[in-house]
Ligand binder design. Structure first.
Ligand code: AKG
Length: 258
């Protein structure tokens, strides 16, 4: 996988994304910039700067039952990262990301502000795990062709709740019964469990970016460390693939990367 090959070119990275459903690009963001991003994220979390999403809102396994329960104000996402701080916006529209997305989509890339577009925070206490899913469950677009970037702004390992991916799963034509009502991939089905056993969890260092397709099956565990984990997450699509009117995907103005 690319994580062992720092010399991989952008076209090779894009090819790997097409084949595997995700690719890790090591050291895309310099450490000094990661530190600055981390400081902003820490400060905004300490200030509980809105808009926020709480673990209690989603109720994934490990989350508090309600905002009034103990840990009820544990933040899951610092929302709308694009307008939170110029440093966050700068990464979203940086020449590296624009060039990468242009190569992948072959047309002007657009940043969606409707989902992801956040700093994901995973807390040691009351932080939840996220079951197996495809991000397409969040999206309403003409085509299921979107790519997310997940920038580690601290270390990410299995122990602090890093992502797991099923290689090649973005190409598999699953019938809807393989998913539950909330569109999580059912780990109780033997054929699904067999696929899940092939998953990998790339360890990330600050500055590493995972690019992954909206149909790639992924999940993430709980944070068993004693520090909050921070990741900056955005999603992009090509100009010709437009959000469906009336869906949440169409709810916010998008940002063309020109
Ligand atoms: O960090 C996590 O729990 C995973 C988040 C995730 O996969 C998502 O929000 O789509």
């Amino acid at each position: 996988m690319s994580e062992h090959n720092p010399l991989q070119s952008k076209s090779e990275q894009v090819r790997e994304l097409r084949e595997t459903g995700f690719v890790v690009v090591k050291g895309l963001v310099p450490e000094a910039r990661c530190q600055a991003l981390r400081e902003v994220a820490r400060r905004q979390l300490a200030e509980a700067a809105t808009p926020l999403e709480f673990e209690a809102d989603l109720k994934y396994p490990g989350a508090p039952d309600s905002r009034d329960a103990p840990g009820g104000h544990t933040v899951r996402r610092l929302l709308d990262a694009y307008v939170r701080d110029p440093l966050f916006a700068e990464f979203a529209t940086s020449p590296e990301i624009r060039g990468w997305m242009e190569l992948y989509f072959g047309e002007t890339p657009y940043l969606s502000r409707a989902h992801h577009n956040c700093v994901m925070t995973k807390h040691p206490a009351y932080g939840s795990l996220t079951g197996w899913h495809r991000d397409v469950r969040y999206w309403g677009f003409e085509r299921d062709d979107l790519v997310s970037t997940w920038l580690a702004i601290g270390d990410e390992t299995v122990d602090n709740g890093a992502l797991w991916f099923v290689p090649g799963s973005h190409k598999l034509p699953f019938t809807s019964d393989r998913f539950d009502e909330a569109k999580f991939f059912r780990s109780d089905l033997p054929e699904n469990a067999a696929l899940i056993r092939t998953a990998v969890s790339p360890a990330l260092e600050p500055g590493d970016v995972v690019f992954f397709h909206c149909n790639t099956l992924h999940s993430a565990g709980k944070n068993l460390s004693d520090k909050v984990k921070f990741s900056l997450v955005y999603t992009y699509h090509g100009a010709s693939n437009v959000p469906l009117p009336g869906t949440r995907s169409a709810a916010k103005p998008e940002v063309p990367l020109v």
